[in-house]
Design a protein. Structure first.
Length: 278
C-alpha cells in the first residue's frame, strides 16, 4: 500500500523537540506478542538498534518494496505490511506502521482517538512544527493523527534518532494537503469525487498533475484518477501550478468498488509528499 507510509519523511524531519516532564516506565516486550508496540524498543518483531541486514531473517518479509534516502537516513518501505523502517549507519532508528493490529501495552494504536494517547501518556513533547504529529521523546513513541484519530504509530530511539538526526536533516514538509470528504455515486462500481487543496510551502512552483495523486480505501487498495475527472471544470491538470506561498484547489474522480470507502489521498511529485486522511 502506497498510503500511510509514503509520508514517512514528514514525520522524521520535524525539528524542535524537548523532553516532557511526564515519562511513564517502559513496558517489557513479550517476544511472543507479534503485535505489541513497546515505545523506544520495538514494534512487533521489529526491534530498534539492530542492523538493517537482519530484517529479512527477523521478519521473512524479503526485500523492501521501495527505498528512499533523505539526508543520512534511508527508509525501507514494506507496502503489504503497511510498515516502514528508518535506517542510519546500518542501524534501525525508526519503525512506523499504519496497521490497526499493533497496540501498546496501554491499548494505544491506529484507529484509536488521538486523545487516548494523552490520557495514558500525558501531553506530547513541545515543538515539532506539525500539530498532526505527536512526539513522546522520553518514551520513544510517535503518533501521526488525522481528524482526531491515530493513523500511524511508530517507535524510535530518542538518543540515536532525535538528538543526532534532527540537527542536520533538511525539513521535508514543504506541501500541506487537505481534502473534502468524497462524494460518492450510487453505481455498482461507484465513483468518488474528491476536492483537494494543496498549500505550497516550498521555494518552487508545484503542479497539480493528476498523476501525482493516489487514493486508498480502508482495505488498503490504491487507485489512480479516472478520466471522467476532466468533465469537472476544476479538474486537476498538469497545466495548473501553485506558486510558492500560495494555495490551489482541484477535483479528481476515482472509481472504487461498491461498499468500499476512501481512507486517504496522497500527493507525491517525487520531491514533495503529504497525505490527508478522511
Amino acid at each position: 500500500m502506497i498510503t500511510g507510509i509514503c509520508v514517512l519523511a514528514v514525520l522524521c524531519l520535524l525539528a524542535g523537540f524537548s523532553l516532557p516532564a511526564y515519562a511513564p516506565a517502559r513496558a517489557t516486550a513479550a517476544p511472543s506478542d507479534a503485535w505489541l508496540v513497546v515505545p523506544g524498543q520495538s514494534l512487533g518483531v521489529l526491534r530498534l538498534g539492530v542492523p538493517s541486514r537482519t530484517l529479512y531473517q527477523t521478519t521473512g518479509w524479503g526485500q523492501p518494496d521501495r527505498t528512499h534516502a533523505t539526508g543520512s537516513v534511508s527508509y525501507l518501505y514494506y507496502d503489504r505490511q503497511r510498515t516502514a523502517v528508518g535506517v542510519r549507519d546500518d542501524q534501525v532508528v525508526l519503525i512506523l506502521t499504519t496497521s490497526e493490529r499493533y497496540r501498546t501495552e496501554r491499548g494505544v494504536g491506529v484507529g484509536q482517538p488521538a486523545s487516548a494517547a494523552a490520557a495514558v501518556y500525558g501531553a506530547p513533547s513541545s515543538g515539532g512544527g506539525d500539530e498532526r504529529v505527536l512526539w513522546y521523546d522520553a518514551l520513544g513513541l510517535v503518533l501521526g493523527t488525522g481528524s482526531g484519530t491515530v493513523i500511524r504509530i511508530g517507535v524510535f530511539d530518542p538518543k540515536a534518532f532525535v538528538r543526532a538526526l534532527l540537527a542536520d536533516e533538511r525539513p521535508a514538509r514543504d506541501v500541506v494537503l487537505t481534502a473534502r470528504p468524497p462524494r460518492y455515486s450510487d453505481a455498482q462500481a461507484r465513483s468518488a469525487m474528491v476536492t483537494i487543496t494543496l498549500k505550497n510551502l516550498s521555494r518552487g512552483a508545484k503542479v497539480l498533475n493528476p498523476n501525482f495523486f493516489t487514493l486508498a480505501d480502508r482495505e488498503g487498495e490504491t487507485y489512480r484518477y479516472d478520466p471522467s475527472s476532466f468533465r469537472q471544470s476544476d479538474a486537476c491538470r498538469s497545466t495548473v501550478s501553485v506558486r510558492p506561498g500560495d494555495t490551489g484547489s482541484c477535483s479528481l474522480v476515482f472509481v472504487i468498488p461498491a461498499g468500499r470507502s476512501a481512507r486517504t489521498i496522497v500527493f507525491n511529485d517525487g520531491a514533495s509528499t503529504d497525505e490527508y486522511y478522511f
